[in-house]
Design a protein around this ligand. Structure first.
Ligand code: SF4
Length: 336
């Protein structure tokens, strides 16, 4: 594989804690040392429970938040700490689409203006040419030019998500971060949006970081998947390997929670969905972040952070079971 379009290296994002009545509180450790790549024309899924840090990592990717440490490289260029003035000419190349299309579509503006706003901000095109480009973007997402002077409220949920996507695509980006873009849609509309994203990837070479808690949607669309837990990426690899031979106990538990044919069971035949609560990112446990909920927890898990270890079939996992014995198929990474 060639050079990645996006490379996240050991990214950490911490938010200041908010206490009562303006008092100081401990910081929230939203993302801790996350590393990930996305190749040109590739879709990578980022999954995990609500609150695991996946949306924050997506925002850090497009510099809507600035990491405290680590690096975000876009097309080989380190954008981690670029000031907004230097980021501005790069922004057309990486865009983000959110779960709620209203967050990017101004309900008081007609589509020609709300979808065309990035053109107004980033180009000097006259209004007529901006409208032409909005029509092209609408057609890309399967909407007709006749919608140009309608308002967001006149569209269905699925159409609004197409409009949000058109707004992201109007500047011809190379990378789009999709944050739960199908979560508010019915199953049939979800499938239409997934098909559309894959078509854009194949036909226009757009790369996608697809952030979702919907594992079936991720399996449908992503070539690779990364699993996050409490701010850390605890497993990544080719989607089929992760879904058919998950190496991390948390990944297995997540898959167990999917109804139907993906349901997995433990040795006793019972479903093995994650038990217990996600610990607070304000005070994450020492050692392996999953040790408070992990059935095969060992003593060392409580104090030692497991290193990433290669997995047969592709990818890596961070679990001491991979280095402590022959239980699973992993092997230690060679020393750097
Ligand atoms: Fe469970 Fe230990 Fe592996 Fe963490 S390192 S997932 S606690 S076995």
């Amino acid at each position: 594989m060639g050079a990645p379009l996006l490379e996240l290296r050991d990214v950490t994002v911490t938010f200041p804690g908010r206490g009562w009545f303006g008092r100081r509180a401990a910081p929230v450790q939203a993302v801790r040392g996350a590393s990930l790549t996305v190749a040109p024309g590739e879709t990578v899924g980022l999954v995990g429970e609500s609150g695991c840090g996946k949306s924050t990592l997506g925002r850090a990717t497009v510099r809507l938040v600035t990491p405290q440490s680590g690096q975000v490289l876009f097309d080989g260029r380190d954008i981690t700490r670029l000031p907004q003035s230097a980021l501005r000419p790069l922004r057309p190349k990486f865009q983000m689409v959110f779960q709620d299309p209203y967050s990017s579509l101004n309900p008081s503006l007609p589509i020609v203006d709300s979808v065309g706003e990035p053109l107004r901000v980033h180009t000097r095109l006259p209004a007529r040419q901006r409208a032409d480009q909005v029509v092209s973007a609408l057609e890309l997402v399967g909407l007709a030019a006749r919608h140009l002077y309608r308002y967001p409220a006149e569209f269905s949920g699925g159409q609004r998500q197409r409009l949000a996507l058109a707004r992201a695509l109007v500047l011809d980006p190379r990378l789009v971060v999709c944050d739960e873009v199908t979560s508010a849609l019915d199953v049939s509309t979800q499938n239409q949006i997934l098909t559309l994203l894959d078509q854009l990837r194949r036909e226009r070479g757009v790369s996608f970081l697809f952030v979702s808690h919907n594992l079936l949607a991720v399996r449908h669309i992503a070539a690779r998947v990364a699993v996050m837990y409490l701010g850390r990426i605890i497993e990544e690899g080719p989607t089929e390997r992760v879904f058919t031979a998950p190496a991390h106990p948390y990944t297995r538990a997540l898959l167990a929670a999917i109804p139907g044919e993906h349901r997995r069971r433990d040795a006793g035949g019972r479903p093995s969905a994650p038990a217990g609560e996600l610990p607070s990112p304000v005070n994450p446990p020492a050692g392996c972040p999953f040790h408070t909920r992990c059935p095969p927890v060992m003593d060392r898990c409580r104090t030692e952070l497991p290193p990433p270890t290669r997995v047969d079939g592709g990818g890596a996992v961070a679990c001491h079971l991979q280095t402590a014995g022959p239980t699973l198929a992993g092997r230690p990474l060679p020393a750097q």
